[in-house]
Design a protein around this ligand. Sequence first.
Ligand code: ATP
Length: 266
Amino acid sequence: MPDEPDHPPANTAPGVEQKVPALVATHVERSFGALRAIRDVSLSVAAGERRAIIGPNGAGKTTFFNTICGDHPPTGGSIHLFGEDITSLKPHRRARMGIGRTYQSSLLFTGLTVLENLYLAVRGAMPNRLSLWKASRGDAALSKARLLAQQVRVDNILEARIDAISHGQRRQVEVGMALAANPRLLMLDEPAAGLSAGERPELVKLIRDLPRDLTLILIEHDMDVALPHSDIVTVMKDGEIVVENTPDRIVDDPVVQAIYLGGALA
Ligand SMILES: Nc1ncnc2c1ncn2[C@@H]1O[C@H](COP(=O)(O)OP(=O)(O)OP(=O)(O)O)[C@@H](O)[C@H]1O
């Protein structure tokens, strides 16, 4: 009689659906000339998971984001999005497959209103985005832009120009624009950077209230923003992943404490 396995393979249990991970990075590398900005980065983010990526300046966090979005595709390794290999795809193809992101530096049109920025993002995500357009009553894109404004809590300043609103409100608009194409994976690059203490709670609420089936990856220096709403925290340093753990354990991790010199995470 053959040996019984200790436990059946997880994917054979009747009635148990195995979810494909939202993102799988396998031995990802990215070099800029002789500089290896990230090296041998492997991680798996489950569908619906909220993942924070933290680490000191220059650790490679944004570069890793850029390999996922395609702005700086990997120079080694592979990336799969919901089971599909996206390693060599152009950024717009990846966006159409469900990746939305924000950037550290703002990409807003400062001379336009909040609603106009959101409207352009919605139009930009549509297949006929290059056609001539003029917003009109009954325009589905306009309705969608208004819904996004509600979702990111800027519906009270729809007609305000971007250059007249607060930094925190701009960040909220940016999240709304990243949501315009109904992403399955949302990537936020330091959404709380530069926000005042008074502005942060609004952003935290916004992140907390994002739909739970939306997979979220967040780069963040502010632990009050990064930790409370993360399922897993990944710590990067010198282009590599050095620790991965739950938020409650990450603060006590000796490697993490050494990196932050007992300061930023205390
Ligand atoms: N386009 C680029 N060309 C050359 N070097 C780059 C480029 N982008 C990033 N780097 C380098 O790669 C390394 C990692 O930078 P990266 O911005 O990914 O770090 P980070 O962890 O996001 O830092 P920060 O928290 O300061 O944003 C740094 O040495 C940086 O100078």
